[in-house]
Design a binder for this molecule. Structure first.
Ligand code: BGP
Length: 470
């Protein structure tokens, strides 16, 4: 619908941006931190190791001061499980507890609400060696970790996110370095058993949060992309429904309503991959009750019917997605792409927000959205990233339209606050408002520079999204 009257964003709209521990901190095996699965993986060829990243561990005061200069109302960051519990369970690392406590205090000093992700792709390696999420024990291991965070940070943190992109852990874990399928005979069986345990862990952690921290709010943080049918052929519509269920609704139906999506259930039956459950599992799932939905959005997806003769697989979080006899990836000819091949679809963002709100009726916060590009630092210390400004502007416009249509949006945290290492495409795929002076392998001086998007976003926040011009 073309709107003639727009509503303004709520006064308490949480403007901010996001990072994740293993991609930004560095100090990955020092200060008492144990290795996570990210630290023991073989990094993709041509990309940097994760020992320094943006060195946020040593620069957090400077970085948070820059976020405050932009006017951030919130900062989304994740806690590295193995920095708190080097072995995943057992002894706590006091230096780790102190580090995040300092980060939280530094945010609060500037009136920035910490938005804490409990788990972002970095399972402790010690737990992975025992079998990781495939074991039932992983549920209680996660809840124990959550409890330690609530005890130590619950006096200051009001907003919590459980698991970042659980759907991508399940769908493209090999690409983002979180799973290895070598020697696995039925990958669906393994992945959806792990997924079941994560869903249980999430539900229990949400329940515990409400018991221990009555004033706090908690929600999931999947990557949600509305899936379009490639055409109006009825079979393409069925294929789009299939992928929507498998990619999106499985995770939110469970988080919000505590039930398995019926299309996904059938898909699991077809693949002999129905998860093993204990008798109270579905009761536990129903007790989660998120207060809001956090979601990452980069682009929509498009699929067509697959008659079983296609090629299976995905390229990464946003590219591809084909399942024999279920759906087949289709390149949307109506959309432009980023330098890294990700489709750009601001209107699809609005469609995604509308659809999510009509299904779940919960307030929502965007926990990631952004453009990865090969930014260039000029000789006079500038980064002219007008392409990023354009991308973000067009997405914020769609939030405003969605809000005008009655969708409840709590905030917007693009990826990323500061340049950091991509999941599989290295340091040169930059997303930040703040440029970090290092290359893929040359660490240079790690100095921080304000990109053009930094000044633009500052003005956007100052005007609560009314002035989007540059
Ligand atoms: C999401 C992840 C982030 C992040 C982002 C950009 O999937 O939650 O960790 O990195 O996508 O992806 P990439 O780093 O692959 O460009």
């Amino acid at each position: 619908m073309i709107l003639t009257q727009e509503k303004s964003l709520p006064d308490n709209f949480l403007w901010g941006a996001s990072t994740s521990a293993y991609q930004v901190e560095g100090a990955n095996l020092t200060h008492g931190k144990g290795p996570s699965i990210q630290d023991i993986k073989k990094v993709p060829e041509g990309t940097s190791e994760l020992d320094v990243c943006a060195d946020f561990y040593h620069h957090y005061k400077e970085d948070i001061a820059l976020m405050a200069e932009m006017g951030f109302k919130t900062f989304r960051f994740s806690v590295a499980w193995s920095r708190i519990l080097p072995e995943g369970t057992g002894d706590v690392n006091p230096e780790g507890i102190e580090f995040y406590s300092n980060v939280i205090d530094e945010c609060l000093k500037y009136g920035i609400e910490p938005l804490v992700t409990m788990f972002h792709f970095d399972l402790p390696a010690a737990l992975e060696k025992k079998g990781g999420w495939s074991r039932r024990e992983s549920v209680d291991e996660f809840v124990n970790f959550a409890k330690i965070m609530y005890e130590n940070y619950g006096d200051r943190v009001k907003y919590w996110l459980t698991i970042n992109e659980q759907n991508m852990l399940t769908l493209v874990g090999e690409v983002i370095g979180t799973c290895n399928l070598d020697g696995v005979t039925n990958k669906y069986k393994k992945l959806y058993q792990e997924n079941h345990h994560m869903l249980l862990a999430q539900a229990k952690a949400m329940k515990l949060c409400h018991e221990m921290l009555p004033g706090a709010k908690i929600g999931p943080a999947p990557n949600i992309s509305l899936v379009y049918p490639a055409s109006c052929k009825p079979k393409d519509v069925l294929a789009a429904q299939n992928f929507n269920a498998i990619r999106n609704w499985l995770y939110l139906d469970m988080a919000v309503y505590g039930r398995y999506n019926n299309l996904v259930w059938k898909f699991l039956e077809e693949h002999d991959a129905v998860p093993e459950m204990e008798k109270d599992d579905m009761e536990i799932m129903k007790e989660g009750h998120p207060d809001f939905i956090g979601f990452n959005y980069y682009s929509t997806a498009t699929v067509e019917w697959d008659d079983g003769s296609g090629v299976e697989g995905s390229v990464d979080q946003q590219n591809g997605g084909s399942e024999l006899g279920v759906y087949r990836s289709f390149a949307n000819p109506n959309l432009l792409r980023t330098e890294f091949g990700w489709e750009i679809d601001p209107e699809g963002f609005r469609a995604t927000m509308r659809e999510m709100y009509s299904r779940y009726h919960l307030p929502m916060i965007v926990t990631e959205n952004g453009l990865g590009a090969y930014d260039k630092l000029t000789d006079d210390g500038k980064v002219h990233d007008n392409y990023r400004i354009e991308y973000l502007r067009r997405h914020i416009e769609q939030i405003k339209l969605a809000v005008s249509e009655g969708v409840e949006m709590m905030g917007y945290c693009p990826w990323s606050a500061i340049d950091l290492i991509s999941t599989h495409e290295g340091m040169v795929k930059r997303y930040g408002f703040i440029y970090v002076n290092r290359d893929e392998f040359d660490l240079k001086d790690l100095a921080r520079y304000r990109k053009d998007s930094f000044y633009w976003y500052k003005k956007v926040i100052e005007t609560n999204g009314t002035d989007l011009t540059d």
